[in-house]
Design a binder for this molecule. Structure first.
Ligand code: NAD
Ligand code: UD1
Length: 339
């Protein structure tokens, strides 16, 4: 089976590429490198010892994507090619709507024209919005999102559902990720944010490596056990394995299926800081700051459906997540820029 990874040079895409190649699948990566580097693709080849077909292209460029799909003939498309910075999406909403929604529609059109019938989509826990109870279950209604990034995920899910309703041969799997962290155990690929990291774990890793002086913990007055927010952190290789299961599932099932990919176990910001320090023997300087706009006190997944239907279960511990993050960061202090 051949899988086209749109945005496959990015953080989750590159780890998924490794997982798919190791399972014996063929991989085609299409990326414009707006938030990644071609070095990631080389590293995927180094880790797996396998060749990856890769193309530099904007997924919004329909003529080019159609050409690539005709040439490579994938059986399934996984769509990672989104812009994902929440704060930036508030400042540049139109850029976010254009990129995230246009890429989705372009892929659907090219699939229709080339007869590709399986689509796996990188969605997010953010679609549950602010009004649902925790843990989040797939049957809950999509909530009111607090920012344009979240709304793009919400809208893309709707577009994909409508497309599957209109074509009974189409299979769409919506994967709602919780908080992916960690890196491949080789330390050759990992998360490489541009500029100041928005997310917790890359920020901690950059403090550890000396690129940032200290972490600011956004709020310690939440109604949680230590006052800091709690999230469902998931190792990126467990997440990558969820994509392998989703691709296999999409090959044998039609219509829309939705799966949470999380561990079901929340940790607080302070627990993450402490776990990183313990796993790696490094002190992380931090101070408490004000709450960040739009942050929810806590949420985590009910991941029973993925276990039951996809036969998927996370295997990595928080210690693995912290150790593998540091292994990547210490070997690549400036990310992929080192090459
Ligand atoms: P990433 O930025 O590392 O990867 C996205 C990739 O898509 C990058 O390589 C980027 O260059 C590429 N890309 C973006 N727009 C493109 C376009 N128009 N044409 C071609 N390539 C394009 O992000 P990631 O963390 O790997 O996330 C992958 C997907 O998962 C995104 O859709 C993101 O919204 C979603 N997601 C991520 C998280 C997370 O915490 N990382 C959580 C939930 C959902
Ligand atoms: C964020 C996005 C979410 C997106 C997800 C993955 C927001 C409000 N939410 O989730 O929509 O799907 O990333 O890209 O941005 N923290 C600090 N200091 C920091 C960074 C983070 O204390 O420097 C805290 C946050 O307040 C939060 C926790 O760490 O409590 C996790 O933050 P983060 O990694 O940004 O993920 P989310 O906010 O859960």
């Amino acid at each position: 089976m051949k899988i086209l990874l749109a945005g496959g040079a990015g953080y989750i895409g590159s780890h998924t590429a490794v997982e798919l190649l190791n399972a014996g699948l063929e991989v085609v990566i299409v990326d414009n490198y707006c938030n990644s580097s071609p070095v990631a693709v080389k590293r995927v080849e180094e880790i797996t010892g396998k060749k990856v077909e890769s193309f530099e292209a904007d997924i919004k460029d329909k003529a080019k994507i159609l050409d690539i799909m005709k040439q490579t003939k994938p059986d399934c498309v996984i769509h990672f090619a989104g812009l994902k910075a929440v704060g930036e999406s508030v400042k540049l909403p139109i850029t976010y709507y254009r990129n995230n929604i246009d890429t989705t529609i372009t892929l659907l059109e090219c699939m229709a024209e080339t007869g590709v019938k399986s689509f796996v989509f990188s969605s997010s826990a953010t679609v549950y919005g602010e009004e649902n109870d925790i843990p989040y279950v797939e049957t809950m209604r999509r909530g009111s999102c607090s920012n344009p990034y979240g709304w793009t995920k919400y809208m893309m899910e709707q577009i994909l559902e409508d497309a599957a309703k209109a074509d009974d041969k189409l299979s769409v799997v919506l994967l709602r990720y919780f908080n992916p962290i960690g890196a491949h155990e080789s330390g050759k690929i990992g998360e490489d944010p541009q500029g100041i990291p928005n997310n917790l774990m890359p920020y901690i890793a950059q403090v550890a490596v000396g690129r940032r002086d200290h972490l600011t913990i956004f709020g310690n007055d939440y109604n949680t056990k230590d006052g800091t927010c709690r999230r469902d952190y998931i190792h990126v290789m467990d997440l990558a394995n969820g994509h392998l299961k989703a691709v296999e599932y999409a090959a044998g099932n039609k219509g829309v299926s939705v799966f949470n990919l999380g561990t079901g176990q929340p940790y607080s910001v302070l627990e993450i800081v402490n776990a990183f320090e313990k796993a790696n023997g490094i002190e992380i300087k931090y101070e408490f700051g004000p709450r960040r706009d739009g942050d929810l006190p806590e949420f985590w997944a009910n991941a029973d459906k993925a276990e039951k239907i996809l036969n998927w279960k996370t295997t990595k511990t928080l210690e693995d997540m912290c150790r593998d993050t540091w292994n990547w960061q210490k070997n690549n202090p400036k990310g992929y820029e080192t090459e």
